[in-house]
Design a protein. Sequence first.
Length: 274
Amino acid sequence: MILAGVLTPLEDLLTWALTNLHDTVGLPWAWSIVALVVIVRMLLVPLTVRQIHSMQNLQAHAPEMKALQTKYKHDRQKMNQELMAFYKENQINPAASCLPIVAQIPVFIGLFFVLRGFENEIFPAYRAMGEGTGDLEWLNLVHIIDNTKVGWGPLLVVMYAISQLTSSYLMSATMQPAQRALMLILPIAFIPFVLNFPAGLMLYWLTTNLWTTGQGLITRKLTPKKEPPPKKSSRTPPKSEVAARVEKPAQAKATQTAPPRVKKVKRKKGGARR
C-alpha cells in the first residue's frame, strides 16, 4: 500500500520506541503503548500551548463573532469574509485548536500497521526467548494484537467512547453549537469501525483521551482567562470625532484669551499741509 510505504520510517520509529520501552525499561508490551502516549504528548506540548491560547482567544472574542454571524446570517459568503477579516485583525487561528489531534493522526495510523504485523514481524524473536501470548495482555482483559471486539474488548470501546466524549466536550467549548454537536457525535459514529482495530490501538487512543481530559481540567483551573475586549456601543463616537470635539473648544478658548492685535498706522513725513 502507498500509505504504508509513506509511513514506513514512522513505523520503524514506533517499533524502535516500543521495543526499547519493553527491553530497556522493562515495561510489558501494553504498558509500553501507554508510555508511548506519554512521550508523544510531551513532544506535542508546544502545539498544546498554542491550542490553549487559541481556545482562550476564541472564547474572549466569541460575542463579537456571534454578532457578525447574526448580522450576516442571510449572506453566508459575506459572513465568511467578515469572519476571516476578523480572525486576521485579531490574530485568531481557529485551526490551532486541532493541531495536537492532527499531529497524532500519522502516529495512530503508523501504530495500526505496527500492531497489524506485530505477531509475524516483531513477536517471533521474543517468542524464541520464552515470551508467550500472556505477555501481550493488558490487565488480563485484552491482547494488544487482537481485534477490539474479542473478549473484554467491548469494555475498552465503552471506556474509549466515554473518554472521547469527555475530551471532545472540553475541546469544543468555544465552538459553534453545530460544530460542537458534530464533535460529540463522531466518537459514537466511529464505534462500528474501531471494533475491528487492534486492542493496542484502542489502548493508545484511550490513554491519549485521558491525557486530553486531564490536561483540559488542569488548564481550566491554572491558566488565566483573557479579558474580553471592551464592547463597542452604537452611541460611542469614533476616536477621531472625540478628538475633534476636544480640540475645537481648546482652539476657541485660545482665540478668546489671546490679546487683540493693534494695527500700526504709518505716518507720512513732512507733516500735514495747511
